[in-house]
Design a protein around this ligand. Structure first.
Ligand code: IVH
Length: 693
């Protein structure tokens, strides 16, 4: 019904005709609303849907008696937002650090020993579990009843998929003898055999086939219509917990037993290793038997068995110090390299990319792989037309490992790396000691501009639903967005233009605007991360947010530090984790006029929330700056620092007037002296421990 012209003008209809047409239209719209909102499978284009609604409006305008309160026209904007509702995780869902060989695992255990200051003969037991290649979920039970299930999302906030999870036959709905509040975490996955069956059925029905079991599990779980999830065979392995109202066990091994007692499936291959060597031997065993398993695993997870130790070890940025994933060797494949192209990153880095004859590696079709940088291409002598070996390890970007020289075409030529930016023609320079060549075009380079915008809306930054890479690209090509702030002006400046675009329509546009309004309040750390400053990742952005507290505070201090010698500069470089190179990039960013304009603009449009320190209760050291010096008796420097930070203190590397306490251990040197000179309070280790209780 896209052809409005074929319809009678409404004025020429009799009331009876109008009423009949109205009823038919209302039904049709209801059907499409359901397809769109509940099945996530629209059957008509947005434009066609819009013309249905417009016709309905025209009818109601001409025959006001038709405009009843339950008319679809009355529901504009009140339709449920696309997607699932958000669930904040009371305890973040962490990811895991990776180990790629035995030495990495060894180093992990040594790190645990150092952190806990363990004697050399103290055993560190490890629980070894296969790393399931599925989707992690959090399952919340209150008074023994399953009340909510969520995806991991960004680790802090997930999506509510309770109804979908209820359809898993392995998920217990009621459990006995559990703490009042219990969040169980685990992996939802699909077996290889069920995956095969599902794809056969999909093919037969001319429906989408899935690339691998993981994608199939993800696609099946995130269904708006839970009956679709119910029709797919999804399974569960439980392996961790989130929020709990009481202690769960003394060791992870006992916790696994508890889980089974409550009715959760746990992985039958899990094993308790008394030494690192036992763990490594077990890893080899599992890798050898991997192909015979009916589900995909991509490594082994080692977890420190003692939960009191886990508690002390805590987490660093997004990964626990008490667990690590030992990845299986990457899968390899041979294919032909058709072309080497250059990709420009957000900060101007030229990255060479191998465009490949598509090939399946570990269940995924790969057509592009990274060649890292100029030196790597030269070292491997990778050329256009070469047959190459590529590898793909888990979620890591596929890479070119080597060239099959015997298959090299006769007339091939070595690749010459460009010294100008292929996108904007600016000079591409390589600084001393750097492997990367960088486009000097800054924001005149369209590629850099686009990459910054993509980063700005990405998941860990503004995370704007409905504004994917494709849209960012199209909008910036058409001049709708030039700077990040323009994104938040799309509604005020381009509402009609967007609704009228190919593939859009009023509904999609409204959804986007709603998402933008929703995201116009943002936390300071996300905001800083979103700016895409060189070397400022999530962890760094959090450090800055914590240190400076507010957007205005941060900006003022960055301005004050531009002299690169005064107090503000000392404060910046004093933040543990921020070295002189990062400080340099930060200050350069903040000094550039264009960036200042963008910051001013964003500050006007958005609400950037002050950094909220996690609630420390009445911690006596919250907000205080502490310096540790000398060696401590009862705990390692690492644990001392982690503990102080968990109580809301800032730990700095050197003493200044802003330092509140210097904790002096044995054989302390110049820092203790400096504290005395500046009149900063010094504490012995015992005094410090007494202070923090
Ligand atoms: S423990 C705090 N155990 O791996 C640690 N994770 O790369 C929480 N995964 O997001 C994770 N099998 O989705 C753990 N036996 C296992 C696992 C496992 C698979 C996934 C999980 C996590 C990811 C981290």
């Amino acid at each position: 019904m896209s052809d409005d012209g074929a319809l009678e003008p409404v004025e020429e209809l009799t009331p009876l005709e109008a009423s009949a047409e109205w009823a038919a239209l209302a039904d049709k719209i209801a059907v499409h609303d359901k397809a769109y909102y509940q099945k996530d499978a629209p059957e008509i284009s947005d434009a066609d849907y819009d013309s249905l609604r417009r016709r309905l409006q025209a009818l109601e305008a001409a025959f006001p008696e038709l405009a009843r309160p339950d008319s679809p026209t009355q529901k504009v904007g009140a339709a449920p937002a696309a997607g699932f509702s958000k669930v904040p995780h009371a305890v973040p869902m962490l990811s895991l650090g990776n180990a790629f060989d035995d030495a990495d695992v060894d180093e992990f255990v040594k790190g645990v020993r150092r952190f806990l200051k363990l004697a050399d003969d103290e055993p560190v037991e490890l629980v070894c579990e296969p790393k399931i290649d599925g989707l992690s979920v959090s399952l919340r039970y209150e008074n023994g009843k399953f009340v909510q299930g969520a995806t991991r999302g960004d680790g802090t906030t997930g999506e509510d998929i309770t109804e979908n999870l209820k359809t898993l036959s392995e998920l217990p709905i009621n459990i006995n003898d559990a703490p009042d509040v219990l969040e169980v975490r685990g992996e939802v996955y699909m077996t290889r055999s069920d995956f095969g069956k599902l794809n056969q059925a999909q093919e037969k029905a001319d429906a989408k086939v899935f690339a691998n079991p993981r994608n199939a599990a993800a696609g099946s779980l995130r269904q708006k219509d839970a009956s679709v999830t119910a029709s797919r065979s999804l399974r569960l392995f439980a392996y961790a917990w989130g929020e709990v109202s009481g202690p769960v066990a003394e060791t992870h091994w006992d916790f696994l037993t508890k889980l089974r007692g409550w009715g959760f499936p746990t992985n039958p291959l899990a094993r308790l290793a008394r030494t690192t060597d036992e763990g490594l031997a077990f890893y080899n065993e599992i890798e050898a038997g991997r192909a015979a398993l009916d589900y995909e695993i991509d490594g082994m997870v080692y977890k420190v068995n003692r939960l009191d130790w886990q508690q002390r070890l805590g987490a660093v940025s997004r990964a626990p110090r008490w667990a690590i994933a030992h990845k299986f060797a990457a899968e390899k494949a041979e294919t032909v390299l058709n072309e080497i192209t250059i990709q420009i990153g957000r900060t101007g880095t030229l990255t060479p990319v191998a465009n490949l004859e598509p090939v399946t590696v570990g269940g995924v079709v790969v057509s592009r792989a990274t060649l890292h940088n100029e030196d790597e291409i030269a070292r491997k002598d990778v050329r256009k037309g070469d047959t190459v070996i590529i590898q793909r390890a888990g979620d890591v970007i596929p890479q070119v490992v080597s060239v099959v020289l015997e298959k090299r075409p006769k007339n091939s030529k070595a690749f010459s790396f460009p010294d100008t930016c292929p996108e904007c023609g600016s000079l591409a320079v390589r600084d001393d000691g750097e492997v990367a060549r960088r486009c000097t075009g800054g924001l005149i380079c369209p590629a850099q501009k686009l990459e910054r915008l993509k980063h700005f809306v990405s998941r860990n930054a503004f995370d704007i639903e409905g504004l994917g890479v494709k849209h960012i690209k199209a909008f910036s090509e058409d001049g709708l967005i030039k700077t990040p702030a323009d994104i938040f002006r799309l509604e005020s400046d381009h509402a009609e233009a967007i609704a009228g675009r190919d593939g859009w329509g009023q509904q999609s546009a409204d959804n986007l605007f709603a998402a933008l309004r929703d995201r116009s309040t943002i936390s300071l750390d996300r905001f800083i991360f979103a700016l895409g400053i060189r070397q400022v990742g999530q962890a760094m952005a959090r450090l800055l947010a914590k240190q400076y507290g507010s957007l205005s505070g941060w900006r003022a201090q960055m301005d004050a530090a531009q002299d690169r010698e005064g107090e503000a500069f000392a404060d910046l470089t004093n933040i543990d984790g921020i070295g002189p190179l990062v400080a340099d990039d930060l200050l350069a960013f903040c000094a550039e006029d264009h960036n200042r304009d963008v910051l001013d603009d964003l500050e006007n449009l958005l609400t950037v929330e002050d950094f909220k320190a996690p609630d420390m209760g009445a911690s006596p050291v919250a907000g205080k700056t502490v310096v540790f010096t000398g060696s401590l008796e009862s705990l390692s420097r690492g644990e001392a620092k982690a503990k102080a930070e968990s109580l809301g203190a800032k730990v700095a590397g050197s003493v200044s007037k802003k330092t509140d306490y210097v904790v002096v251990g044995a054989e302390a040197g110049s820092k203790a002296k400096k504290a005395a000179e500046l009149g900063v309070a010094t504490l012995s280790e015992d005094e410090w421990l007494a202070l923090i209780g």
